[in-house]
Design a protein around this ligand. Sequence first.
Ligand SMILES: [Zn+2]
Length: 315
Amino acid sequence: MLVDAHTHVFCWGENPADGYLSERTRKSWLTYLLMKLIGIAREPGETLSDKTRSRLLRQVHESRLDRCIVLAQDAVYREDGSRDDAATHFYVSNDYVLDLARRSDRILAGCSINPWRSDALAELERCRAAGSRLVKIHTAIQGVDPSLARFDPFYALARDLGVVLMFHTGYEHSCTVRSQQFTDPTRLARPLDHGGTVIAAHCGTCAWFDPENYYPRFIRIMQQHDNLYGDTAIMANLLRWSSLRRLSGEPADLRGRIVHGSDYPFPPARLPYLNRIGLFPPERRNPLDLDLRIKESFNFGPGYGDQVLRLMGLV
Ligand SMILES: [Zn+2]
């Protein structure tokens, strides 16, 4: 089995209950560039959200992948547990990805729950009952410091339900953030101490121009906790062009806890990997396949392509 543990869908906002991008995000140069790069205008569908969903379903079904985890993106919440729509720039509802998983047997729903929300525990139980075995927390965008003691009941429930917690680690560049410091991988010690499975998305990597690099801290905390894993999402991007080589040079026990993730629809770069994949790799027509091809050319452990299914209790 081949699994992509980290893909995204987004909604433009025609039906805000499904999901939306804020006006600021819609007008950002990065959103504009991404929409051009992926050729969304040519995709069939009435609305931009329809086109985005249809492109995802088509490319998942055309790819070599057996399963894709499509992630929701919860809103920003205030410290009193209430939702802050004005501060939310990227939102995808859990029902939207749960519905995608019902439409396609190749899609697994990765729900997203901001642990600040007053109904976080109930939502975790609801998502698990609806079939989601992995929940994403976006530390930077959702304003979540994973090291806070007040999230202990949430971490304990995730462990008891067998739900994998995926945290964003490393500086975030695609959307407005609350704090980059929350993406420090060593802050994951708190959820890890509860004993459940945790995935540090992006392995703490930052771009070459960021003021800090959290990768060394990712390595340190990987050495301290056997229940910590890392995913390779966005690591075939130009801004992190040397990160895959570095990660694949780590000791075998650490490499063995790396799982495949693309960060689709962000496309991989080909330029830094020409000597590995050639000038015109056949996979270039499908960004999911191209990303997988690039990462398969590095030496990660034997579980790279499918161990996330075991972590989720699906095999
Ligand atoms: Zn991502």
